[in-house]
Design a protein around this ligand. Sequence first.
Ligand SMILES: Nc1nc2c(ncn2[C@@H]2O[C@H](COP(=O)(O)OP(=O)(O)OP(=O)(O)O)[C@@H](O)[C@H]2O)c(=O)[nH]1
Ligand SMILES: [Mg+2]
Length: 366
Amino acid sequence: MIIGIVGLPNCGKTTLFNALTRGNAEVASHAQIGTEPNVGAAIVPDPRIDRLSEIFNPKKTTYVSVQYIDLPGLPRGSVAEGAKVTEFLSRAREVDALVHVVRAFEDAAVPHPSGSVDTMRDLQDLEMELMLSDLGIIEKRLERIEADLKKGIERQKREIEKNIFARFKEALETEKPLRNLGVTPEEERLMRGYRFLTLQPMIVVLNISEDLIGSPDAQDLAARVNEKFHSNKTRIETVCAKVEMEIGELSGNDARLFMDDIGIKERAMDKLINTCYELLGLISFLTVGEDEVRAWTVSRGSSAARAGGAIHSDIERGFIKAEVVSYNDFIKAGSLAQARSKGTFRLEGKEYMVNDGDIVNFKFNV
Ligand SMILES: Nc1nc2c(ncn2[C@@H]2O[C@H](COP(=O)(O)OP(=O)(O)OP(=O)(O)O)[C@@H](O)[C@H]2O)c(=O)[nH]1
Ligand SMILES: [Mg+2]
């Protein structure tokens, strides 16, 4: 899974990126469009894997990992400037979800490009850039479609595309992001290749000041943003990136103490991943053994055969049966043998719908 971090300049993207990846990318470099984004990976924390690893003592323990791409700030009005920005935004189109960081912290030492801190305005400004970028793609594509239609190329297909694009164009021209349009699954499928930025699932991260952590003011801001930006493809989170970066530099126990001290219940690192899983409709299933204990990611609703395919296409192709026990039943039973004798570790067929936390052992033959 790849998550792209976008936002106006100087809103704290790289600070958050460092917090998420425990990285050390240079903060406040005022990176310009055209510079390479920071790329880093983070494991998805999973206490079930920690526990299973203690029990099985495997040679290898593997968590799911996510990749974060920290893009340079996108100044207001920049999409209108052309080619370089288009290239920059193509990086943002490669991702599975966007994290849109917006400044909500006051700090005289960090000048705001627009002269004042105004979270709502900034959110709109970046949304506008994303919308203009999508609009640019649509306008170009519509020209091509018209040309094809004149020549009679793939008439039926082009007509369908034209209708969808016309609807998208109208929405964007009235400043409505595509995610709010109620795009049908069929339209989504047809449009997937274009990777529209305003159709991407998006987590808005309000980067608040340290003194606002857990405050009613922060909740109030989140509620106001939610009212305006709510959609089934957006989620709102509140973090203090600067503090999160400090937490990331501490070891487990010290981090816990520090968090208790300032009243942070869940690290941004965990919070964003959990939100992302929920937003993208993902679940984790687990495999265990002496060699490896490992978590895997699949879409909610995946069949056992499909889930096997996430490990190796041979498993999906040659699927016979899956032995399945939920993590909780396994812990209750104490061992796989016990779970088997209790009947909670049982055989399932290829259509079985895998649940989050299922421990699965695939039987296959190729
Ligand atoms: N007070 C405070 N300062 C922050 C916070 N997050 C970031 N900053 C400061 O804001 C400045 C910019 O932070 P960056 O993380 O580099 O921001 P950015 O969005 O990556 O900036 P560009 O890549 O240049 O667009 C730095 O001086 C940070 O220390 C925060 O939560 N609170
Ligand atoms: Mg940066």
